[in-house]
Design a protein. Sequence first.
Length: 254
Amino acid sequence: MVGIVAMACFPAASADFQSGELTIKAVQGTVMYSPDHLTWAEVKPGMTFGAGVELRTGPQSSADLAFDYSGTALRLRQNSLLELAKLDEMVVEENAIIDTRLNLESGSVVGSQRKLAKPSTFTITTPNGSATIKGTEYLVAADCTIACFRGEVAVNASHQGAPISAQVPAGFSFNPVSSQLTATASDNLSSFNRDIQAVRDYADKLKPDHGQPIKEPYCPVTPVKGHHPPPPPPRRPPPHHDHDDGHGGDHGEW
């Protein structure tokens, strides 16, 4: 239903649906990939992968991944298994809507994400919950432990069958066992410094214009009358002769 609504809002614009890719920027140790969940082959820098592929790192191993279409960089840390479940992008004129979902089955990832706004999403799911990334630097582990280094991470998890939702701000960690937020210890932060700096450097080099929200409003929607084009802008009065009627503004997004 969401897809139908999104398409109905752009009757005059062409929407280009495509699957994104990630690029392997660097590999340390033993890193393998599987296109079919059965056979495995060695990962090398420069390779690109699409949705459906699994990546696996061995002991003392890591892989650096760049999602150019969404401005995301990840480091898949040792003893990790990651499935690229969805890497979708819909381009409408000059705007792009990103829909990415990664399944972290074991291990952990450290990431740096450019700011995404609705309706774009970047979600990392684990066996115990999920983390929604908006624009931040973070660690997500398969047990749903979350550490946020910059920005904020939205967590949806479960503990003993009860659903848990939390917003993890910078400098804090989410403990899935206690379901509590705690300040991240300085020694834990320092242990991730190299990982954070690496993904930050990759993210800074990615395209800044993808994954940004479509200019709002998309189109007015009412439950009875459905979709209608926005009304024309009001007619501006002629400028007065003794003052400047010009307007300026600087609207930017990180």
